[in-house]
Write a protein that binds this ligand. Structure first.
Ligand code: AHR
Length: 651
């Protein structure tokens, strides 16, 4: 028993062996690795949320756009005033009597004469409103009759020529704000429709929260997600999802920090705000929807909250040395920390608790089973940061020892912030830290030994953001080579997520990304397929003695790993060849009991510079075939390839 314990301790906590001996040990033994290794990183960057994953089709639905979101934007951005049939009057934006103080702006139509067709508003959506023949759309709007009279409202979806694609009528007249709903069935598929709302009576009417959702959202959720895009993410079968960022979390100045409480409850009561990436966030996709999406995908939620400091690059200060970091005043830290404790209660607390009750009110009495929380995002390691992080961490750790807190170690794989961040994590014994790096593919190939020498007795690693600066097959294969080293070091690297996840064509602030989309199409990059091959072929135990090079020589252009998935009993081998020539590898499966010979082989290969695009979305895609896996076999890897061989357990 004592010996067994010693072996387990050795595997998990290292030995104080020399670096060389430790490195050898990482490849020589079989060891338990993280069951949560590969997940996704969602940030509202590149129009990932509004105009992207969030299925709302109306842009600026609550007239909250402003100059501070983007130069030239205002309450009527994306709207047009319609007086087509000789109607006249005025339109204005007001704030004196809103639906909710959190949502202050609304439009007011003063109609002196409604004309032949009524007067009103037209919304052009996010680059147009895509609609599909035969599908139903849920329209809703908040209206208030200022003059007290009743009035008919007509809602139409129209193409560019004015053809009506579907319509509905509403009879309104409430003197107080009231939500009206209607269903519109569309008769034609059109990529770029508009929504027109016409009031057909004289009088004054206030309008807010004009909304249109397809009924076909992911898992048919109301206030839901764009089905095809959400499915593309779910197809990755991520073990966790980090949200809502990224730099979006700590914000462009203290006033722009992401406050989770502003993003829950009825959508008309949420607080919209400018997005650090130069646009607007409605918060329609908020914390409830994030938790729900995680659950719908079978991914563990991993929210990241600010460490009470704003982004060091606030105001674009990276140009002058990143001096934009500001800290919440120390006398407000207690209150701020309580917000984080409340978040944990919102996710996991009983329905009898204050915040658990709010979750139940939103339709989810059961816990969301929160296990991880990130505090801080690649923050500059100043005294301001350190002091605040420690104050928050101590309280969260004491109140919630069951939650794994993830600290932060700067934006780079090395350097001052990285070192100070790790030092702080070691001092405070933070269970896990979040490393970020965007490097060249050659860096990923050359740095496959990075984690072999990490001290197993210290904090675990969440590789929260990484990418190799491109979407070619070479980039993806370099990432695959590196990912075999994440599996090999899955006892210290606990979580990893490629970043960023989504990018909308024409609205991209950051390249490369994993999934590109427009209103009607999506393409998966070569990097996506690598992520998918790793995430759908994860294991619980790593074996360092199954795959060897033909001549037993180390070669960084050849990488491999072998894991066993305890649930299925399958053994999964990943072979990566980053070179321009074929390379032979030997596989020895003789140590595995209960393994058959039937295997599925998936191959991702092609020209090094091949990449997917909207025009050619399947240029680089994995190909699957049956494979007979003998106890011992040789396998010749293709140049520039990732091969995954999944050897099935005997049934
Ligand atoms: O992933 C894009 C950005 O990269 C993230 O917002 C930030 O954390 C990092 O600098």
């Amino acid at each position: 028993m004592k010996n067994k314990l010693a072996v387990i301790l050795l595997i998990f906590f290292g030995t104080g062996l020399s670096l060389q001996a430790q490195q050898k040990k990482q490849t020589a033994v079989s060891k338990q690795i993280s069951p949560d290794l590969i997940g996704v990183f969602f940030e509202d960057i590149n129009y990932a949320a509004d105009g992207g994953l969030y299925a709302e089709l109306i842009q600026n639905r609550s007239f909250e756009y402003s100059l501070s979101d983007r130069y030239g934007w205002n309450s009527f951005t994306s709207w047009e005033y319609i007086t087509k049939g000789y109607g006249y009057g005025t339109i204005s934006v007001e704030t004196s009597s809103p639906v909710n103080p959190n949502n202050p702006h609304y439009a007011v139509l003063k109609i002196e004469d409604e004309g032949n067709e009524g007067t009103g508003l037209k919304n052009s959506g996010f680059d147009g409103i895509p609609v599909k023949a035969g599908e139903k759309y849920d329209f809703s709007v908040f209206l208030r009759s200022v003059t007290g009279n009743s009035f008919p409202v007509q809602v139409k979806l129209m193409d560019k020529k004015g053809t009506v694609l579907g319509e509905a009528g509403i009879s309104a007249g409430s003197k107080d704000w009231k939500k009206y709903v209607a269903t519109i069935t569309v008769n034609q598929t059109v990529d770029s429709a508009s929504l027109v709302l016409l009031v057909k009576a004289k009088g004054t009417v206030a309008i807010d929260m004009v909304s249109l959702f397809p009924q076909n959202t992911f898992k048919n959720r109301s206030n839901g997600l764009r089905a095809d895009l959400a499915q593309t993410i779910a197809d990755l079968k991520p073990k966790f999802m980090r949200f809502p960022g990224g730099c979006l979390v700590h914000g462009d100045g203290l006033g722009n920090m992401y406050c989770w409480k502003n993003t829950i409850g009825p959508v008309e009561q949420r607080v919209a705000q400018r997005n650090i990436w130069g646009y607007h966030q409605t918060a329609g996709l908020g914390y409830f929807e994030y938790f729900q999406f995680c659950e719908d995908m079978g991914a563990k939620p991993l929210p990241v909250v600010p460490a009470a400091v704003s982004c060091q690059n606030s105001g674009g200060t990276w140009r002058i040395g990143g001096t934009g970091q500001k800290g919440i005043p120390l006398d407000e830290i207690k209150e701020y920390t309580q917000e984080i404790l409340d978040l944990i209660e919102y996710a996991n607390g009983p329905v009898t608790s204050k915040w658990g009750a709010k979750r139940a009110e939103a339709g989810h009495p059961k816990s969301f089973n929160l296990e991880y929380i990130g505090i801080g995002n690649e923050d500059k390691m100043t005294d301001v940061f350190k002091e605040r992080f420690k104050l928050i961490y101590d309280v969260v750790k004491a109140k919630h020892p069951e939650i794994t807190v993830i600290g932060t170690v700067g934006p780079s794989p090395a350097g001052e912030d990285f070192e100070i961040g790790w030092k702080l994590a070691n001092e405070l014994k933070v269970p896990m830290v979040d490393e970020h790096y965007y490097m060249k593919p050659e860096w990923f190939i050359a740095n496959q030994k990075r984690y072999d020498s990490y001290d197993r007795s210290k904090s675990k690693v969440y590789l929260g953001e990484y990418a190799s600066q491109g979407n070619t097959l070479f980039n993806a294969i370099a990432e695959a080579a590196f990912m075999t080293s994440l599996e090999r070091n899955g006892d210290v690297v606990h979580l990893a997520s490629y970043a960023p996840l989504l990018a909308k064509a024409g609205h991209t602030q950051w390249n490369p990304d994993m999934i590109y989309f427009n209103n009607t199409s999506i393409y998966r990059t070569a990097n996506y397929y690598v992520q998918q091959l790793f995430s759908t072929n994860q294991g619980d135990v790593f074996y360092g003695n199954v795959v060897t090079t033909a001549d037993n020589k180390a070669d960084s252009t050849l990488a491999f790993s072998c894991v066993r998935d305890n649930r299925s009993g399958d053994v999964i081998i990943k072979l990566v060849n980053c070179s321009k020539t074929e390379q032979k590898l030997k596989v020895d499966l003789s140590q595995f009991k209960g393994l058959g010979t039937k295997a599925i082989l998936t191959l991702l290969t092609g020209a090094a510079d091949a990449r997917n695009s909207f025009e050619n979305p399947e240029k680089v895609t994995p190909v699957t075939s049956d494979f007979e896996a003998a106890k011992n076999f040789s396998y010749t890897t293709q140049p520039m390839s990732l091969t995954v061989i999944r050897v099935k357990a005997k049934k």
